[in-house]
Design a binder for this molecule. Structure first.
Ligand code: ATP
Ligand code: MG
Length: 147
């Protein structure tokens, strides 16, 4: 079995990681691979006429920051699988989170995707966040939404 776990470093995605680790422990010989993905997105900076820093410099700074942040998020996520007897890979991608996860699901040959019901977004009215909602709607793979 090959599992994809999605993390944005939120409380819910931590629960999703722990659920994946529990599954791997329960089904020792059945879960072969766990891929942990974090998708970062760099918002284009607002151009400021008076700024001494150029638009490109601002973009490069933001890009470097998000990439390094993503690496740290994945490093911490992988710790959850310490002692788990499966191949654990961390995957850092840049792009739109939902579209990137949907594409991975279509090409990655996963048996299961595990994600949180919510993430870092502030709006708590809907049961699902926009990323988990879009993934659930679009993919052919089974999805486990952790509450
Ligand atoms: N950038 C991301 N990279 C990887 N997984 C993500 C990312 N963003 C969200 N997820 C996954 O989707 C789950 C739900 O997050 P989602 O973003 O849908 O909710 P939200 O942040 O509360 O809402 P919204 O983003 O719509 O404001 C997370 O727990 C995580 O598993
Ligand atoms: Mg979100």
């Amino acid at each position: 079995m090959k599992i994809l776990v999605c993390t944005d470093n939120s409380k819910h995605s931590m629960k999703a990681l722990k659920m994946a680790a529990r599954l791997a422990e329960c089904c020792k010989d059945k879960v072969e691979t766990i891929d942990i993905v974090h998708v970062y997105h760099v918002d284009l900076p607002v151009s400021d006429f008076h700024s001494t820093v150029t638009y490109i410099e601002q973009y490069e700074f933001l890009h470097k920051f998000k990439k390094e942040e993503g690496e740290k998020i994945l490093e911490a996520a992988a710790q959850v699988f310490t002692g788990v007897d499966a191949e654990v890979n961390t995957i850092l991608k840049e792009g739109h989170p939902a579209a990137t996860i949907i594409k991975m699901a279509a090409t990655g040959n996963y048996d299961l995707i595990i994600m949180g019901s919510r993430g870092l977004g502030g709006l708590k009215k809907a049961l699902l966040g926009s990323v988990s909602n879009a993934v659930l709607q679009e993919v052919q793979t089974s999805v486990l939404i952790v509450k």
